[in-house]
Design a binder for this molecule. Sequence first.
Ligand SMILES: [Zn+2]
Length: 49
Amino acid sequence: MMTEPPKSEGSEGSEENCPICNKPKSKHTPEKVLECSKKMREFQDAKEE
Ligand SMILES: [Zn+2]
C-alpha cells in the first residue's frame, strides 16, 4: 500500500515547488532556474559553514 504525500495548496500531483521562490519548478524559465539554484547554493553554503 502506498502512502499519499500531504497535499499542499495549489500543487498538482507530483509537481515540485521550488524552496526558494515557492513556485512550481516546471514553471521556471531557464533564467529563473539559474537564479534559484544560485540562491540555493548561497543558502546551503551559509548553512554548512
Ligand atoms: Zn525558484
